[in-house]
Write a protein that binds this ligand. Structure first.
Ligand code: UD1
Length: 353
């Protein structure tokens, strides 16, 4: 059987790597890997391939940036001939980025089976582009691999047949478990003793000048209590420049490679983020996480883990931060099946198709 993986953007790489690795242990399976080129900077893509020991992509579609419609359409146009040539039996797509939905659309029209890894997540917020990508991809997929029970519940509510749903756990945690020892060995050069680790890139937080300014002002307030370490996504850096916001007092870094970021997370006093994956990683690591969003498609990180949604409410952020400082922040637990073996469980399903 020929399995083709599609990746495109930074959060795809740590999800695909463990599945690729698990399938490479299965004798009957041939694999190929298509990179759409949605992310193209070396520090957003190449370095992740290297650290995660992913093979070179079989094909790179080189689509680059654009509006949602342009990017999605360009991926579809360039992906279709590749699929027609490689003729895979199954295409695996990951997460909720534009590359995910574009590839799923192409395959389903060519009657090629699609497996969606990280299926069933819902924020119930359609202003978020990723929510549209999740809904459409899940609608089209033949195999839906969910990370937690809420994913199954969402899919069943939407009428997905139960036999298509496979609860396998969290593939992103597979990569974390594998590379945590390497992260722990890294020396923390230049890191303050106590710090808040910040990431921000959601359009709702960074595309509006007032919203971004207000969040950065909150971070300045945080920096009165502890250092703020902030690796900046290219989109966010561009916006800070466009809006002419003064960020001199914050410690801004270039995007950080996977193992280095993991090391920074393990040593952080608190993480302040709008990322999906970091809500999960901090839950696994037991590090307090303040999420700068009104909702999450990963509710288990709130109900079971260390995540608290603070939205853009500065008072809530500062109240939760005080709990961190006082050692009174809630303690979490690791959700079931977030154990480093989700990729193998996916391989079990795929092998027996
Ligand atoms: C995308 C995903 C988002 C994910 C995020 C992780 C969608 C809809 N969004 O958002 O779900 O959380 O990736 O990073 O797919 N850019 C560079 N270099 C790069 C890539 C992007 O400079 O290698 C800049 C470009 O100016 C680009 C902008 O970042 O226009 C946004 O990139 P894009 O892929 O459109 O979306 P992300 O914000 O990265």
């Amino acid at each position: 059987m020929h399995v083709l993986h599609v990746v495109g953007a930074r959060p795809n790489f740590m999800k695909a790597a463990p599945v690729h690795r698990a399938l490479s242990q299965r004798a009957q399976i041939k694999q190929s890997l298509v990179h759409t080129g949605q992310h193209y900077d070396a520090n957003m893509s190449d370095v992740f391939f290297m650290q995660l020991a992913m093979p070179e992509p079989t094909v790179n579609l080189g689509v680059g940036s654009g509006s949602h419609a342009q990017q999605t359409a360009e991926i579809m146009k360039r992906f279709e001939p590749v699929i027609l040539e490689l003729k895979p039996d199954l295409v695996l797509v990951y997460g909720d980025v534009n590359s995910t939905v574009a590839a799923a659309l192409v395959c389903s029209k060519l009657l090629i089976a699609v497996g969606h890894v990280e299926a069933g997540l819902r924020s119930f917020d359609r202003t978020m582009p990723e929510e549209i990508n999740r809904i459409v991809t899940d609608r089209l997929a033949d195999l839906l691999f969910t990370p937690s029970e809420d994913g199954d519940t969402n899919l069943k509510r939407e009428g997905v047949e139960e036999k298509k749903i496979h609860r396998v756990g969290n593939v992103m945690i597979d990569s974390l478990v594998r590379l945590l020892p390497a992260a722990k060995e890294l020396t923390a050069h230049n890191l303050p003793a106590r710090y808040a680790l910040v990431t921000l890139h959601r359009p709702s937080n960074v595309d509006d000048g007032d919203a971004l300014k207000s969040i950065l002002e909150s971070l300045l307030r945080v920096s009165e209590q502890m250092s703020v370490v902030f690796p900046v996504h290219p989109r966010t850096r561009q916006r800070i420049k466009d809006f002419g916001i003064d960020v001199e007092k914050l410690r801004l870094l270039e995007p950080v490679p996977y193992i280095e970021f993991l090391a920074m997370q393990t040593r952080a006093a608190v993480v302040i983020t709008d990322s999906g994956g970091i809500q999960e990683e901090s839950t696994y690591l037991g590090i307090p996480c303040l999420t700068v969003r009104e909702n999450t498609e990963r509710p288990i990180t709130v109900t079971m883990g260390t995540n608290v949604l603070v939205g853009q409410d500065r008072d809530k952020l500062s109240a939760e931060l005080s709990k961190v400082v006082a050692g009174k922040f809630k303690k979490g637990a690791i959700p079931p099946l977030w154990d480093g073996h989700a990729g193998e469980r996916i391989a079990d399903v795929v092998e027996h198709l």
